[in-house]
Design a protein around this ligand. Structure first.
Ligand SMILES: Cc1cc2nc3c(=O)[nH]c(=O)nc-3n(C[C@H](O)[C@H](O)[C@H](O)COP(=O)(O)OP(=O)(O)OC[C@H]3O[C@@H](n4cnc5c(N)ncnc54)[C@H](O)[C@@H]3O)c2cc1C
Length: 239
């Protein structure tokens, strides 16, 4: 990470403007367009694009460098699975926070971020019928740009941030459903291979996902999702 002053100096120098045209065509075109130029085979295009699913958008809305970064990540690092299941991640983090003197709250709905002028100083949290103001020196908001700037930061403060303008042009993310199922038997017991199976409702994943995303809720409920993936790296959660 560079200090903010170094970032500002780099932008002011014009260096980035000189560099960006080299890659501009890859940024201006969607993944789907680039893959279209490579092959007319719809199934092969879907193979090239399939990682769009973990990035939660249609290949037509996905910039190519983000997809390429995803492939690089999987090819060079592989995948990892937390021993004991996904819940081990927050449980382990909670004990570190508590050892450092912090507290972790669950089922605590942040209603708004509290400000003194334009400095965030705390959060207003509701739990059942009770409301608590919790003050802290640093406030980090993680539910995304839209939720933060439209729901949690008071409008009069939000409009002063350079991010406010961005949230008016950026669309909210797509929703996804991830279900993790654990068994108390080993993969060998079920004859389950260590693999990821990607399944698509039709050969051209770009057209299928556009139709799904642009349709109504009713359409989505009455049709097959454009794609799904099933990972069977291990079937036992508690080793
Ligand atoms: C399909 C998919 C697959 C992914 N696969 C991987 C992977 O394999 N490996 C990997 O490392 N990453 C993966 N990621 C990315 C990873 O899940 C995210 O980077 C990570 O969860 C971001 O963490 P976060 O704490 O910033 O935000 P989140 O996990 O989104 O946490 C924000 C939390 O804030 C809560 N919240 C929202 N509003 C309020 C409110 N008003 N009051 C209180 N709480 C609120 C939400 O309920 C949520 O629990 C994947 C993401 C997706 C969508």
């Amino acid at each position: 990470m560079l200090p903010l002053s170094a970032v500002r100096a780099t932008i002011a120098s014009g260096f980035l403007n000189a560099l960006i045209p080299v890659y501009r065509d890859k940024y201006d075109k969607s993944t789907y367009e680039i893959v279209h130029e490579l092959t007319a085979n719809a199934e092969l295009r879907t193979v090239f694009c399939h990682l769009y699913m973990v990035l939660c958008t249609s290949p037509r809305n996905l910039t190519f460098p983000i997809l390429a970064g995803g492939f690089h990540h999987y090819n060079s690092c592989g995948e990892f699975y937390p021993v004991g299941g996904f819940s081990e991640i927050p449980l382990s983090l909670a004990s570190i926070v508590e050892r450092a003197g912090g507290r972790v709250m669950v089922k605590a709905d942040v209603q708004e971020i509290l400000f003194s002028g334009t400095k965030a100083v705390g959060v207003r949290v509701s739990n059942r019928d009770q409301v608590h103001d919790i003050l802290a020196p640093v406030i980090v908001s993680s539910p995304g740009l839209h939720n933060t700037f439209r729901r949690l930061v008071p409008r009069e403060v939000a409009v002063k941030s350079p991010l406010y303008e961005i949230q008016e042009t950026v669309l909210p993310s797509r929703g996804v459903i991830l279900a993790s199922v654990g068994f108390n038997k080993s993969s060998e017991y079920f004859g389950m291979k260590r693999e990821t199976v990607w399944a698509f409702s039709e050969p051209d994943c770009g057209l299928a996902s556009d139709r799904w995303y642009n349709g109504t809720l009713e359409d989505a409920l009455n049709s097959e999702p454009p794609g799904t993936y099933t990972k069977t790296k291990t079937c036992r959660f508690c080793l």
